[in-house]
Structure formats: structure tokens, C-alpha cells
Design a protein around this ligand. Structure first.
Ligand code: GLN
Length: 185
């Protein structure tokens, strides 16, 4: 059985744990480099990316995460997607740059803070996705594959072992995103 880590410094890590366990993974909450070392992959949950980044820096985890991502898959959901992006705007903020995308924070605007929307899988078919103060993916690099879109914009992308969603699959019963990640472990 493979072990999926969930970064548990801030945000909705508990919901990711449940979804990953339903996909057959063992789950470890990661707060230290030692906990990270036991994982075959890592999820960065939704929450507040500025706060999460500060906590990652305070725990001296940046270099450990970079080394981990050289070898193992990392998945970022919403705030996690902001942390994994190459470029972040609105406002500009440092990030880990594991995926060649540009994201705009809170890109859907304040007036539509959150919504449940039907998104379209590139493979075909629609599924429900929860967006909460979500970023918009404004730029996708040449090595990045789009797996789902909403209103034409990518909302689920991957590059090699790493992937992001701008929505929260841990808040619906649709396990396709977590299942796809567990297959990468
Ligand atoms: N708007 C948040 C941020 O910029 C992300 C929101 C979320 O993760 N649901 O960090």
C-alpha cells in the first residue's frame, strides 16, 4: 500500500485524508521533514496560500519540498495550486514552481466567493467541482497537460508527476482527482 502525505500546517487537510483513504492509500499528516520522508507523494491542501507559505518557511520545509518534488508526485488543490505554480499574480507572491503555470489569486472575483459548478473533463464528460475563492490559471506552459476546464479556463492540469486543481475535489464524492493522484504514487 502506498503512502500519501497531506501537508497539515493549515487548511482542509482532513478532507483530503478521507478522500485518499477511500482511494486505498495510507495517509500521513506532514508537518516535518521526517514525516515527509515516509511519503510516496504529497498533497498541498486548500486554505490560505500566504499563510501556508509562511508556515512552510517557518518550518524550514522549502528545500525539503524541492528535493521531494524531484522524485515524487505533488498535488496542490486551490491554495496548494497557488503554491505549486511558477508565477502568481494578484498580488505577486513567491511560490515553489513545480508546475509551469501562471495563476491569478481570487481570479473569479470577490462577488462570487464560492460556487459549485459543472466542469468538463478533457477525456469527455462533466463532473461537479467546488470553487472557494479560487485562483484562475491564466497561463499554461508547453509541457503542461489540461485535464479539465471550466468556462474555457483550465482547472485541473498536470506536468509530469505533479498536478493541481483550482477546485476542491475533497469536498465532493467524486474521487476521480484523488484516484488519479494515487495512481501516480
Ligand atoms: N484564495 C486563497 C488564496 O489565495 C485560496 C482559497 C482556497 O484554497 N480555497 O490562498
Amino acid at each position: 500500500m502506498k503512502t500519501a502525505g497531506v501537508l497539515a500546517l493549515q487548511g482542509d487537510f482532513e478532507a483530503h485524508r478521507k478522500a485518499l483513504e477511500r482511494c486505498g492509500a495510507r495517509v500521513v499528516e506532514v508537518r516535518t521533514a521526517a514525516e515527509l520522508a515516509s511519503c510516496d507523494g504529497l498533497v498541498l491542501p486548500g486554505g490560505e496560500s500566504t499563510t501556508m507559505l509562511k508556515l512552510i518557511e517557518a518550518e524550514n520545509l522549502v528545500e525539503w519540498l524541492r528535493a521531494f518534488a524531484q522524485e515524487k508526485p505533488v498535488y496542490g488543490s486551490c491554495a496548494g495550486a497557488i503554491l505549486l505554480a511558477r508565477d502568481v499574480s494578484h498580488p505577486v507572491q513567491p511560490s515553489l514552481d513545480f508546475i509551469d503555470i501562471g495563476v491569478e489569486r481570487n481570479g473569479y472575483g470577490r462577488q462570487i466567493d464560492s460556487r459549485i459548478a459543472k466542469v468538463t473533463a478533457e477525456k469527455g464528460g462533466e463532473f461537479e467541482a467546488v470553487f472557494i475563492r479560487a485562483p484562475i490559471i491564466r497561463r499554461v506552459g508547453p509541457g503542461v497537460q489540461v485535464l479539465a476546464r471550466y468556462e474555457g479556463a483550465p482547472v485541473w492540469v498536470e506536468q509530469g508527476p505533479h498536478m493541481v486543481t483550482t477546485f476542491h475535489p475533497e469536498l465532493t464524492d467524486d474521487l476521480r482527482v484523488h484516484r488519479h493522484f494515487v495512481e501516480k504514487l
